[in-house]
Design a binder for this molecule. Structure first.
Ligand SMILES: [Zn+2]
Length: 295
């Protein structure tokens, strides 16, 4: 079976792996910062030093044109403005390189090898400091006319809610991300520094922490309910660190979704945690094939 390289570019770090099938044979993580292309190139050079590689796939947050292999814009990475990264990497190594948005890469990984295996209509959400989204409909990735489809984190679910980075109020990501969990924790005077801590407290039965997850779960159910009304998917896959919280998160989502979607009893809805954990974007990017782009 072929070996490929998958790269996941985030605002704070770059993760790369040698990928065969669903397995990451070797993984390297380096910090992000100035000179991103040189950092990525050095990481790839380390990965291919002992291994022949068939292709390179890169997942990157932001607005990515997978057709042209260009990153138009990426939050937190100022130098990524209309940069033809795929061509630069191909020139450097003489290996085929393709690029896609990191959440599309996540959903592709989960579709091929994770919680989405065997389905044709899938929605993916990644919950971190923000909320990312992607969709595969009828077995085809939904790109949109300008590769901006799937910004589900910026679906407004409470027009009187807190101000979002996009300029609107009450976007899903401002009321249901890890940032929202921490904002609620501060309001409840819970002395915790990360959402995992809030999750642990909730699992131990703390009422305030459970209320936070109940509210987050309800907000997610409103957003997921809207997506189900629009797309009628077979499965909604929830990834990102907090998706590991288990029943304290998925319990409220599955309870509230009954009232937050049209015709619940006629639907067969599966809302599942991601299965590939932190490797989904690397694995998905490594398997990204331009065939997914053909109309
Ligand atoms: Zn927004």
């Amino acid at each position: 079976m072929r070996v490929s390289i998958g790269i996941d570019i985030g605002g704070t770090n770059i993760k790369g792996g040698l990928v065969r099938g669903r397995r990451i044979l070797r993984k390297i993580e380096v910090g992000a910062g100035t000179g991103m292309v040189a950092r990525i190139t050095a990481l790839i050079r380390r990965l291919i030093s002992k291994q022949k590689v068939e292709r390179i796939g890169i997942g990157c947050a932001g607005l990515v044109d997978p057709h042209r292999g260009v990153i138009h814009y990426s939050p937190n990475i100022d130098e990524f403005r209309n940069i033809p990264l795929a061509a630069l990497i191909e020139e450097e190594f003489g290996i085929r390189c393709s690029i896609l948005n990191d959440v599309n890469a996540f959903l592709l990984g989960e579709w091929l090898f994770g919680a989405g295996r065997g389905y044709q209509d899938l929605i993916g959400l990644t919950i971190g400091t923000g909320i990312g989204g992607a969709a595969i409909i009828g077995g085809r990735m939904l790109w949109g006319s300008g590769y901006l489809a799937g910004e589900f984190g910026h679906m407004v679910i409470d027009k009187k809610g807190p101000l979002c980075s996009c300029g609107r109020r009450g976007c899903l990501e401002i009321v249901a991300s890890q940032t929202a969990i921490m904002r609620m924790a501060r309001r409840y005077h819970l002395p915790l520094s990360d959402p995992e801590g809030v999750a642990r407290l909730a699992k131990s039965g703390n009422k305030k922490a459970l209320q936070i997850f109940d509210a987050i779960g309800h907000n997610l159910a409103i957003g997921i309910g809207n997506l189900i009304d629009i797309f009628d998917p077979e499965v909604v896959i929830v990834g990102g660190g907090i998706a590991n919280a288990g029943a304290i998160l998925f319990g409220p989502i599955r309870r509230y979704i009954r009232q937050e979607v049209m015709g619940y009893r006629y639907r067969r809805i599966r809302i599942l945690p991601a299965r590939l954990k932190k490797g989904a974007s690397i694995i998905g990017a490594a398997h990204f094939d331009e065939q997914l782009l053909t109309p």
